[in-house]
Design a protein around this ligand. Structure first.
Ligand code: CP
Length: 316
């Protein structure tokens, strides 16, 4: 594996899942594989889970890890080709990425969207610049449009909890929030859930339609109660508008998920990628219930990252 930026890089998902479950059985089985190899984790935005789970995965493989908060601890990077750098940016991505490539064997990058310029965010300028100028295997730690390590961990979690061999009904439901959030997690989850063979239903208020490129194969249902019927898994997430880019249009009705709304589900398990704003996005009662898979998802972030790192190390 040379890059892990979307489900398209995952290959056969069932094989990747098999690999993940083998790793989970014995996380230290490959503790020598990464000896003398260095993982560089570059963050342009905050993180708890992605940072710690990817570091833990690398340590399980015997790797060295260097982490830098590029937005706070380094020079401000210019991504525009041909820029006259007489303003706030001090270093061009061409030099920065080439330098990082000399120090690291595998590189991870987190770069959130600005939610102002849709074309710019969806062009993945930052991630693609690293792909172009950092000649090392590259892992997306969440980009403008996708969060593949999160989605992979989510699919591992679904696979561990499905009750039958028939495809599970997976509902992705929009949830309220106090600010505009990116579409990366729902985009990515939709792609992975469809690719895994699940029956995927996405429910959200009018105005919050996701980019159709990511929801192909899923059914859109504007009536949340209807969507939740017979659900096996309910993934709760807020996102801002894609079409009126970054906006948070006024919502009719109450979209906060409650135990009452799940009464016609198939004893649905509750999922969320975290961080979650308690009693804004999801009520305490559900987060703390026996139906919650939220901590299991976070735990599986290590397994997802370790599976990807192992495949990259085997290919160095
Ligand atoms: N879910 C997730 O990516 O968490 P962090 O933003 O804390 O890494």
């Amino acid at each position: 594996m040379k890059q892990f930026t979307s489900v398209a890089d995952a290959g056969d998902i069932s094989l990747l899942l098999q690999e993940a479950f083998a790793i989970k059985k014995n996380v230290l089985a490959d503790a020598q594989l990464g000896k003398q190899k260095t993982l560089g984790l570059l963050f342009l935005n905050p993180s708890l889970r992605t940072r710690m789970s990817t570091q833990k995965a690398a340590y399980n493989l015997g790797m060295n890890v260097m982490v830098i908060n590029l937005d706070k601890e380094s020079w401000q990077i210019e991504f525009q080709d041909g820029a006259v750098m007489n303003n706030s940016t001090s270093e061009h991505i061409r030099e920065a990425a080439a330098v990082v490539a000399q120090y690291c064997d595998i590189v991870g990058v987190r770069c959130f969207p600005g939610l102002i310029d849709r074309e710019k965010d969806y062009s993945e300028q930052i991630l693609n610049s690293f792909l172009t100028y950092c000649n090392k295997p590259l892992i997306s730690l969440e980009s403008g449009t996708r969060h593949p390590l999160q989605s992979f961990a989510d699919i591992i979690t679904i696979q561990e909890n499905r009750k039958s061999t028939t495809p599970p009904k997976v509902v992705l439901t929009w949830a309220p929030h106090v600010k505009a959030l990116p579409q990366a997690v729902p985009n990515s989850f939709a792609e992975w859930a469809v690719a895994s063979g699940a029956e995927v239903v996405i429910t959200h208020p009018k105005g919050y339609e996701l980019c159709e490129q990511f929801t192909a194969g899923a059914r859109i249902e504007y009536n949340q109660n209807e969507a939740l019927k017979n659900a096996d898994f309910v993934y709760v997430k807020n996102w801002s508008a894609f079409h009126d880019y970054g906006a948070t249009p006024k919502v009719n009705g109450d979209w906060l998920l409650t135990p009452e709304k799940l009464k016609d589900s198939n004893q649905a398990k509750i999922m969320h990628c975290l961080p979650v704003r308690r009693n804004v996005e999801l009520v305490d009662e559900l987060i703390d219930s026996d139906y919650s898979l939220i901590q299991q998802q976070a735990g599986n972030r290590v397994i997802a990252a370790q599976t990807v790192l192992k495949k990259m190390l085997q290919n160095l």
